[in-house]
Design a protein around this ligand. Sequence first.
Ligand code: NAD
Length: 260
Amino acid sequence: MLTGKNAVVTGSTSGIGLAIARGLAQQGANVMINGLGNPQENEAIRASIQADFDVQVLFSAANMLKSDEIAGMIAKAEQAFGSVDILVNNAGIQFVSPVEDFPEDKWDAIIAINLTAAFHSTKAVIPGMKQRGWGRIINTASAHALVASPFKSAYVAAKHGIAGLTKTVALELAEFGTTVNAIAPGYVWTPLVEKQVADTAKARGITEEQVKQDVMLKAQPTKKFVTVDEVAAVAVFLCSDGAASITGTTLPVEGGWTAQ
Ligand code: NAD
């Protein structure tokens, strides 16, 4: 379905981003993956996607905290592939703390990585998408783009912000064959969620098992964690021709959380 298309997926060496990168590659797209961490592990991830799906896969170590590195990542992909047709703004971090104790540097980093990075990458891909008259921009938002939870002030603010950015850019690109949507997953069992269990237990004064059962799964009527493959399947659908009239949405993939 996506043969001949080229994608950039930020934060794709782990979790949801990795599943989306694999999902796009499975449909025939070339993909530039991105993330921090161990270079050997990142190279192994890159090589395995390339081998599994027989598409071109590149790696960018661009840090989503840095606007020049983000612009450089898009330029590198355009140069290597000839175009960036699909952009998935997925990199994200979390920090859990009451707002009065929330460290300023954590606030700044969450806003930068979870929101501002998407502005920089989106800005960089738009001229090419407008020129070619086809594009797909997908932002990984969160159920926290639609509702709040205590102790996640920066994350909830950034995710509500990405929903607003999604709507605005969708309107600007509506006549250029380019859709812009956000996906709003509920709790997905990834390293990002695993890491916040202990801090949430501390902030709420409960055990880690209670965090999983009484905070995370309680939010989701299905009582199940969402899977990375379920989120990837929605991203692939949004890239299809059948989704050409879906734009400006924040699509919940959260087991009914925000229906309550
Ligand atoms: P994860 O921790 O498994 O993966 C995060 C990825 O982002 C990694 O590849 C990491 O290297 C990369 N990354 C982090 N900081 C970066 C930086 N400064 N520059 C470049 N890359 C960076 O997390 P995940 O759970 O897969 O989360 C991915 C996205 O999904 C995030 O935007 C997150 O907010 C969102 N999300 C996650 C859940 C969940 O329950 N896991 C729910 C809703 C939304």
